[in-house]
Design a binder for this molecule. Structure first.
Ligand SMILES: Cc1ncc(COP(=O)(O)O)c(C=O)c1O
Length: 370
């Protein structure tokens, strides 16, 4: 491939530092819930300007833990239909009832009007997702609706490390935020996740839940129905090294996105509009195809004829149409369906060159014209 779909980047000096830290934990025997995890939590909280960050085993557990603490199982949780499997799966695993709500194709996020219309007597909370790392202005509407209706808001910020709206970071708008360090994410930890919250109680409970519901690390009194949701020290070492590159990685992604914006100014491929007050980390660079284009065929042609791989969609099929969630679907959700069908994600990474961005756009234009 002349342009791969994604690239995971660990500079040589970072690899050396990670190995040194892992060697230290091998020598000390402190392999989980140790000082590296604590350092990661403190630095992640500082980088996102939030009082608490709790490191866990995955982005999925970073969602399920706050949902359990918030007692989502008392009722129904509204979830956007345009998301990854784990957003809805975590809601079901927490014991809550799941209700899919439509998205606004202009933002790819929950449509506030659809949320208001879906609130019923059993609704306890709302889960919104910052698709592609974009925190749209409508996050304020969601906050207001939740406040007025006595609901909690949880942000699935798996895509949104370092993204912000009006200077406020993703993961700080609701009761809790959840981040993922899956290898394809802006920060690759191998596996891992982070819960962010300003609520002292949620933070304290998260520590209990992540370690088998134990009241404390060295106490065998199990007070909650927790699980093994711990992050190991080697994973914390990898993630910490990536976190220290967050500004650099996001800065590079923004430069590539700015190049795409410039090249697509008069293109039939229309980028998702991101207003100036939203600072996107460009986990994905999202653009909409003209009507009638077969996305699968286009992607295949780009790979085979131009050696350009587009990134995975966010998402190809909305959740209410995934077979496992069919029992929870109650009718069509046209916003989510339309945006899932029509968008593509141009490749972006922390090491991609401007020449590669030029090649992507030239190739897409040639493939669309042909
Ligand atoms: C929107 C969204 N939510 C949740 C997750 C789950 O994260 P993880 O794979 O780390 O469990 C992911 C990523 O894979 C995601 O993209």
């Amino acid at each position: 491939m002349r342009v791969p779909a994604a690239a995971i980047h660990f500079p040589e000096e970072d690899r050396q530092e990670i190995l040194r830290r892992i060697d230290e934990c091998l020598k000390s025997g402190q392999l989980t819930l140790g000082s590296i995890g604590k350092e990661l939590e403190a630095e992640f909280a500082a980088a996102h300007d939030v009082p608490h960050a709790v490191a866990v085993s995955s982005g999925t557990s970073a969602l399920e833990i706050p949902l359990r603490v918030l007692e989502a199982n008392r009722g129904e949780v509204l979830v956007q239909a345009n998301s990854f499997f784990a957003t809805a799966a975590a809601v079901l695993s927490s014991g809550a009832r799941l209700r899919f709500v439509d998205c606004d194709p202009a933002t790819m996020a929950l449509d506030p009007a659809a949320v208001e219309a879906a609130i019923g007597p059993d609704t306890v909370g709302v889960v919104t997702v910052h698709i592609g790392g974009y925190v749209p202005p409508s996050i304020r509407d969601l906050q207001r609706i939740c406040d007025e209706r006595g609901l909690w808001l949880v942000e699935d910020a798996a895509h949104a490390h370092g993204s912000s709206y009006q200077g406020q970071f993703a993961g700080t708008f609701g009761a809790a935020g959840s981040f993922s360090f899956y290898p394809t994410k802006v920060l690759a930890g191998g596996e891992g996740g982070m819960i962010t919250t300003a609520d002292d109680r949620i933070a304290a409970e998260a520590l209990i839940y992540r370690d088998q519901g134990k009241a404390s690390f060295d106490n065998n009194d199990h007070t909650r129905l927790g699980y093994n949701w711990r992050m190991s020290e080697p994973h914390a070492a990898i993630t910490l090294s990536q976190l220290r590159r967050l500004d650099e990685f996001v800065g590079h992604r923004r430069a590539i996105a700015a190049r795409y914006d410039e090249l697509l100014a008069d293109s039939p491929l229309q980028p998702l509009t991101i207003p100036a007050e939203s600072s996107c980390n460009y986990y994905k660079y999202i653009a909409f195809l003209p009507d009638g284009v077969d996305r699968r065929a286009l992607k295949q042609r780009l790979r085979e004829e131009f050696q350009v791989a587009l990134s995975g969609e966010v998402y190809e099929t909305p959740l209410h149409q995934q077979s496992v969630f069919l029992p929870y679907a109650d009718g069509p959700l046209p916003g989510a369906e339309e945006l899932c069908a029509r968008h593509v994600c141009l490749p972006v990474s922390a090491v991609m060159t401007e020449a590669q961005a030029d090649l992507v756009v030239e190739s897409v234009h040639a493939a669309l014209a042909g």
